[in-house]
Design a protein around this ligand. Structure first.
Ligand code: UDP
Ligand code: MG
Length: 315
C-alpha cells in the first residue's frame, strides 16, 4: 500500500496554453520542496486551445502526482473545482488559479496556517494586480456581502485557499449548484483563518470572466447564501406602502381640509405613486424569480457537468 496523499492541489484550466508551461515549471518544484506526498488535479474546463494537449504531456511526464479531469464543454471555474473536489485523495486541499495570479510559492503559507489548527484558510491579495474597475467592483461586493450574509472574509475573490478534507467532503455532499466555493467552505468551517498572499498580474492571456459573468457570480453569492434580499425587499415594500398611504393622506388633507391644490390634485401624484409601486413590484418579481429558479435547478437534479475522460494512475 502506498502512503496516504497529504496534499491535493486543485487547478481549473480554461484556455491557459500560454500559462501552463510556466505554471508547471513553478508549481512542481514548489510542491516537491514541501516534502509531503501530494497530487495535482487539473480540470480542463472545455478549453478551445492546446491546454488539454499540454495537460496530457504533463501527465505523461509526472504520472505519479498528476491527474487530469477533462470536461466535454465549458462549465465554469467553480464546476471545474467541484469535479476535482469529488475526486481528491489528500488530507489538505489547496485551490489555485492556472494563470499564476496566485504564486504557487505562497502555498506553504497556507499550509502553515492549516497546521496551526485552522480548517479553512483563505488568502487575501496583498497589492492586488487587477484593473481599477475589478478592484473597486469587488470592494463594493464585499461590502454588500458583509451586510447580507454571515460570511466574513477579507477577499472572497482570491482563489488561493486551503481546506481540510472534512470541509471538502461537506461541500461535495451539499450538492450545491451555482456554488461560490469560498463562501460555501466558510459556512462549513469551524475555525477559518486568513493569510495575506502575493498577487501577480495575469501571466499571459486575458481574464476569462466577462462583466456579465462577474455580475452573475456575485448575484449567486448573495442569493445562494442568504434570503436577506427577500427580507429587505419585504421591509422596503412595507415602508413604501406606508409612505404612499401617508402621501395620499397628505394630499387629501391639503385638498379637502385646507382647500388647496384644486387644479393639480390627483392625476400626476397618483401617476407618480403608481410608477413607484410598479417598480417595487418588478424588483420583487425578479427576486422571487431568482429563488424559484434556484429551487427549480435543485429539484430538476440534472447532472451539473459531464466528465469525458480522467487521466490518473490506477490505484
Ligand atoms: N476558469 C475555468 N473556467 C472558466 C473560466 C475560468 O476553469 O470558464 C479558470 C481559469 O483557467 C483560471 C481560473 O479559472 O485558472 C480563474 O480565471 P481567470 O483568471 O479568468 O479569472 P480572474 O483571475 O480574472 O478572476
Ligand atoms: Mg486570473
Amino acid at each position: 500500500m502506498t502512503a496516504p496523499v497529504q496534499l491535493s492541489v486543485v487547478i481549473p484550466v480554461y484556455n491557459e496554453e500560454l500559462n501552463l508551461p510556466t505554471l508547471f515549471a513553478r508549481l512542481y518544484p514548489a510542491l516537491d520542496a514541501l516534502g509531503r506526498r501530494y497530487e495535482i488535479l487539473f480540470t480542463n474546463d472545455g478549453s478551445a486551445d492546446r491546454s488539454l494537449d499540454l495537460l496530457r504531456a504533463q501527465y505523461a511526464a509526472r504520472p505519479d502526482v498528476t491527474r487530469v479531469i477533462d470536461f466535454n464543454a465549458n462549465y465554469g471555474q467553480h464546476m471545474a473545482i467541484m469535479a476535482a473536489f469529488e475526486r481528491v485523495r489528500g488530507e489538505v486541499i489547496v485551490t489555485l488559479d492556472a494563470d499564476l495570479q496566485n504564486p504557487p510559492e505562497e502555498i506553504p503559507k497556507l499550509l502553515a496556517a492549516i497546521d496551526a489548527g485552522h480548517d479553512s484558510v483563505g488568502g487575501f491579495r496583498l497589492n492586488r494586480q487587477d484593473s481599477f474597475f475589478r478592484t473597486y467592483a469587488s470592494k463594493l461586493i464585499n461590502f454588500v456581502r458583509e451586510r447580507t450574509t454571515s460570511i466574513r472574509m477579507t477577499d472572497q475573490g482570491c482563489m488561493l485557499r486551503a481546506y481540510r478534507r472534512p470541509i471538502i467532503d461537506a461541500i461535495v455532499r451539499s450538492g450545491a449548484i451555482n456554488t461560490f466555493i469560498p463562501a460555501l467552505a466558510y459556512s462549513f468551517s469551524g475555525n477559518p483563518g486568513e493569510v495575506g498572499v502575493k498577487h501577480e498580474e495575469r501571466h499571459a492571456g486575458v481574464s476569462n470572466y466577462s462583466f456579465y459573468q462577474l455580475i452573475r457570480l456575485n448575484f449567486d453569492l448573495i442569493t445562494g447564501f442568504s434570503i436577506a434580499p427577500l427580507q429587505y425587499f419585504t421591509m422596503f415594500a412595507m415602508l413604501s406602502a406606508t409612505g404612499s398611504l401617508a402621501l395620499v393622506a397628505l394630499l387629501f388633507f391639503r385638498r379637502f381640509l385646507l382647500n388647496l391644490d384644486r387644479e393639480t390634485f390627483g392625476v400626476f401624484t397618483l401617476f407618480g405613486i403608481l410608477f413607484f409601486l410598479l417598480s417595487v413590484a418588478m424588483i420583487g418579481i425578479g427576486l422571487i424569480g431568482e429563488y424559484v429558479g434556484r429551487t427549480y435547478q435543485v429539484v430538476r437534479a440534472r447532472q451539473r457537468y459531464h466528465v469525458k475522460e480522467v487521466l490518473e494512475p490506477k490505484e
